[in-house]
Design a protein around this ligand. Structure first.
Ligand SMILES: Cc1cc2nc3c(=O)[nH]c(=O)nc-3n(C[C@H](O)[C@H](O)[C@H](O)COP(=O)(O)OP(=O)(O)OC[C@H]3O[C@@H](n4cnc5c(N)ncnc54)[C@H](O)[C@@H]3O)c2cc1C
Length: 334
């Protein structure tokens, strides 16, 4: 790990600092490093709860990525992120295994506080901290998700995998994304069960009708998942009716948690950057990575509640690095 950055500007100020080590952060680093900006990447610290942010990002939780261009045979998520990191390191990216805990945008250069002792000063900042998929929180759910055992939090990413073809699948949730995931999975599944803890969906009427009118979908109301069954692969789930407490087993070959995402912005104080009502950082200029603070750029899922894919996050990382480079040039910082 390269902890010292010999290419800082004067007074220990970084030219560009990147928070996050998923596809967005590493792509921003590759572009910034090749533009001679000697970027520093804060990759984060591994948390005890493996479902929370990890160095390497959300793809550390998946064993099979089949839709990232260039990997014609598919690739293990952690292997793909190790490749991204290696490429960023090759061009001289400085990597720090720390969390950013606070940012001060009132000062120029910006001051970042980490979980380690020393504060960081940086002229430009790229935030690429992602959005964590919300899981049910069951031990077997996490274990099977990590080993490619048929448990996922992304139907668009994983639904087309051979293990799910013509099989009974389960989607957990009741919002728009659960409806979207369930109707997408009907392309592949023999049947899609939607498990919802209430007696009506939160989703918009039009999205609800995609599920309720689809003969392949069956909704199980007022019910929660209490366990995921199976050693190597999911074989079924345990259910509990929330009103009667009655327990049952549902046999299935896949389970998709569709209970939302949490953008990773807890290191920002309220009002520091403009965000939408779900907490995603907003980009005031369409297709540009600018934020509401001049010199702060954003990339990846932390600003994208729509696509949430590795390739879109990587593309946004590229845009943010190019925008940061041009901004630094405009400020005469080189
Ligand atoms: C189970 C699952 C399977 C998926 N499969 C696919 C797939 O097959 N194909 C696909 O295209 N997409 C897939 N996705 C979606 C994909 O993982 C995301 O779209 C992508 O990872 C987003 O990249 P990102 O760089 O924006 O954020 P992330 O990958 O989430 O990375 C965020 C990074 O920020 C760091 N971080 C956060 N806060 C801090 C902080 N305060 N200080 C320092 N670091 C911090 C984290 O450690 C992490 O490194 C899947 C997602 C899930 C959950």
């Amino acid at each position: 790990m390269n902890q010292d950055n010999p290419s800082q500007t004067s007074n220990d100020v970084e030219k560009v600092t990147i928070i996050g080590s998923g596809p967005a952060g590493w792509t921003a680093a590759i572009y910034a490093a090749r533009a001679n900006l000697a970027p520093v990447v804060f990759e984060g610290v591994a948390k005890q709860d493996p479902a929370l942010v990890l160095p390497g990002g959300q793809l550390m939780l998946t064993s099979e990525v089949e839709n990232y261009p260039g990997y014609s045979e598919g690739v293990d998520g952690p292997k793909m992120m190790a490749d991204f990191k290696k490429q960023a390191e090759r061009f001289g990216t400085c990597i720090r295994s720390e969390d950013i805990e606070a940012c001060d945008f009132e000062q120029r250069p910006f001051v970042l506080t980490t979980n380690a002792a020393k504060a960081i000063k940086t002229h430009a900042l790229i935030i690429a901290t992602g959005a964590t998929a919300n899981w049910i929180g069951l031990e077997n759910e996490q274990r099977l998700a990590r080993i490619g055992g048929g448990v996922s939090a992304c139907a668009v990413c994983d639904g087309a995998l051979p293990i799910f073809r013509d099989q009974p699948l389960v989607v957990v949730g009741g919002g728009d994304s659960a409806m979207e995931e369930a109707s997408y999975l009907t392309k592949f599944a023999s049947r899609v069960y939607v498990i919802h803890r209430r007696d009506q969906f939160r989703a918009s009427k039009i999205m609800q009708s995609r599920v309720l009118d689809n003969p392949k979908c069956k909704v199980i109301w007022d019910t929660v998942v209490t366990d995921v069954l199976g050693d190597e692969k999911i074989e079924g789930i345990r259910l509990k009716h929330v009103k009667t407490n009655e327990e049952s087993t549902l046999l299935c070959k896949g389970m998709f948690a569709a209970i939302g995402h949490t953008p990773a912005t807890s290191f920002l104080k309220p009002g520091q950057l403009e965000m939408d009502d779900k907490g995603y950082i907003t980009m005031p200029v369409a297709h540009r990575s600018f934020t509401s603070v001049d010199g702060v750029f954003v990339a990846g899922d932390v600003a994208d509640s729509v696509y949430r894919q590795a390739v879109t996050a990587a593309g946004m990382g590229c845009s943010a690095a190019i925008d940061a480079e041009r901004w630094l040039a405009d400020q005469n910082i080189d």
